[in-house]
Design a protein around this ligand. Sequence first.
Ligand code: 5GP
Ligand code: ZN
Length: 142
Amino acid sequence: MKDCIFCKIVRGEIPSYTVYEDDVVKAFLDISQGTPGHTLLIPKKHIANIFDYDEELASEVFARIPKVARAIKNSNPAIKGMNIVNNNGQIAYQSVFHSHFHLVPRYTSHDDFGMTFKDNSNKYTPEKLKEIQQSIIDNMGD
Ligand code: 5GP
Ligand code: ZN
């Protein structure tokens, strides 16, 4: 896509610190470096978000994540873990609308990455959970 910043990176029109590349994906350092080694893995094909993947592209892209994750982890003995984050839609903090997976190495519990969600389990009855479950199942498609 012409004006997409990640498509420009794929085409080499914008420089990037690429750590892995093949015919399907490109992985490069996120400019923000939330923590050192913060990497983005993207499909080379322009696709906006998770809702637009077909099974084949999803298999190809996801299959490459562990290899890049391991390389990042092995690059620095101070890396103790990793958050893999995929934002979809503005409401979910997506700011670049070419699908990407953040690989964020974790060093300590007080490094520069945080992710929280509330535990609302006490507000849900079994009936309500069943209703939500059924509504998702009804929309599963093929
Ligand atoms: P999002 O907020 O959409 O999940 O993540 C977009 C990410 O892209 C951000 O973490 C941001 O730092 C990164 N980013 C935006 N522009 C560029 C760029 O030109 N080069 C690189 N390497 N990263 C970028
Ligand atoms: Zn794009």
